[in-house]
Design a protein around this ligand. Structure first.
Ligand code: HEM
Length: 417
């Protein structure tokens, strides 16, 4: 086909520039090629869905399976699709890889244990963790907010929630560090960390069985005792996916969110003023807007066509992977007024940052709790927080699914004792 001379050439995807700022490329795709066939850095071919309406429909389409066995090229078996190491570590039966009826059963079981009440009751602990981490650098006048704050907070929070004893939590910090450093890169080290994590979790589940507590793993075991069955393997896969899905996402929500606020001084001041007045209403809409504006999950996890279908008018063949680009959908001018503007007061904000449909984020209440505590406490304790690097110097992780900063250097007036 001869390219139309009136339309600029398709942007290059997955380059370094793209990782830094993918939004111009997404605007082009939404307009000129809304369901776009591309070759991913791994060599796997996939469709990218970038318009809001198509994205929402695809996320809820039961003909798009989450189970990688449906991929025409079986890239999962070659380690090119999915979480590195999940197959070799026997961790495949988690929520993000399965369809109904298995998904319905497992989601119902975990929902019995991971209740909004449990999350709400966890708020004081999240505040304590947040303050403890800020104590670690508040006197220094500078910090890397990713390493010293955004990274450890969700790890310790999820470990606490699951019931991982305090003395073992630094092992998780190491394993998670391996995963985040190598996301999208060499997979061997990640696979080893995933194996170690699984062995640990199985052992922990075993121990908890004989001494149930009020933690989430005990809750999962209890839920399985009420007539429905959750095997030890399923419980381990569930704990694993809670850690995996709930960790880098939250790191990036805190990281991207803080960075966005620091780059929008007027909006940041409004938020800071409202917090100083003891009002928390703006904080709620602010976190949702930060998720829409530059959310941590750039693409929803893999989906595969189980039959020939059309997405946004485009034919998709059986076995084709379909990737829903949440970051593109959430800037769609057909859905959001002035989508490239940050508006912390935005109310009409049904963003897709947590997905949509039956796989809608299970941990959204916890993510909101952590992000709200993290941002409010940072801005209140370190009111003159500022970026200590030029935006162009900052490096973004080029992982396929996630979008987040490698480092976030900041400076502030040190807190006195
Ligand atoms: C699913 C985003 C935090 C647990 C999802 C999905 C998205 C998402 C987009 C759907 C994926 C898809 O359809 O392919 C986020 C964001 C977070 C966050 C942006 C933080 C800012 C968390 C936390 C947890 C968690 C803290 C748990 C501790 C899960 C689980 C699923 C999921 C278990 C799979 C649900 C299912 O398949 O039924 N998340 N997540 N997430 N999330 Fe989150």
């Amino acid at each position: 086909m001869t390219p139309d001379p009136g339309i600029p050439a398709a942007p290059e995807l997955f380059t370094w520039q793209f990782a830094t700022d993918p939004y111009p490329a997404y605007a082009w795709l939404r307009e000129h090629s809304p369901v776009h066939r591309t070759t991913l850095p791994s060599g796997v071919e996939a469709w990218l869905v970038t318009r809001y309406a198509d994205a929402k429909q695809a996320l809820a389409d039961a003909r798009l399976s989450k189970n990688p066995v449906h991929h025409s090229e079986h890239a999962h078996a070659k380690g090119k699709v999915g979480i590195p190491g999940e197959r070799s570590a026997d961790l495949m039966t988690h929520l993000l890889n399965i369809d109904p009826p298995d998904h319905t059963r497992l989601r119902r079981l975990v929902s019995k244990a991971f209740t909004p009440r449990r999350v709400a009751g966890f708020a004081p602990r999240v505040q304590e963790l947040t303050d403890r981490l800020i104590d670690g650098f508040a006197g220094k006048g500078e910090a890397d907010l990713i390493h010293e704050f955004a990274f450890p907070l969700p790890i310790y929070a999820i470990c606490d929630l699951l019931g991982v004893p305090a003395e073992d939590q630094d092992d998780f910090r190491d394993w998670a560090g391996m995963m985040i450093r190598h996301g999208g890169g060499p997979r061997g080290g990640v696979a080893r960390s995933v194996k170690k994590m699984r062995a640990y979790l199985l052992e922990l589940i075993h121990r908890k069985r004989s001494e149930l507590g009020d933690d989430l793993i005990s809750g999962l075991i209890r839920a399985s005792d009420h007539g429905e069955h959750l095997t030890e393997n399923e419980a381990a896969a569930m704990a694993f996916i809670l850690l995996f899905a709930g960790f880098e996402t939250t790191v990036n929500l805190i990281g991207n969110g803080t960075y966005t606020l620091l780059r929008h001084p007027e909006q940041r001041r409004r938020l800071q003023d409202s917090l100083a007045r003891g009002e928390h209403e703006l904080l709620g809409t602010a976190v949702e807007e930060l998720l829409r504006y530059d959310g941590p999950v750039e693409l929803a996890t893999w989906r595969f066509a189980t039959e020939p279908l059309t997405v946004g008018g485009q034919s998709v063949a059986t076995g084709d992977p379909v990737l829903v680009v949440l970051a593109a959908a959430d800037r769609d001018p057909a859905r959001f007024a002035d989508p490239d503007a940050l508006d912390l007061t935005r109310r009409d904000n049904q963003h897709l940052g947590y997905g949509h449909g039956i796989h809608y984020c299970l941990g959204a209440p916890l993510a909101r709790l952590e992000a709200q505590a993290a941002l409010a406490t940072l801005l209140t304790r370190l009111p003159d927080l500022q970026l200590a690097a030029e935006p162009a110097e900052l490096r973004w992780r080029g992982g396929l699914i996630m979008r987040g900063l490698r480092t976030l250097p900041v400076a502030f007036t040190p807190e006195s004792d």
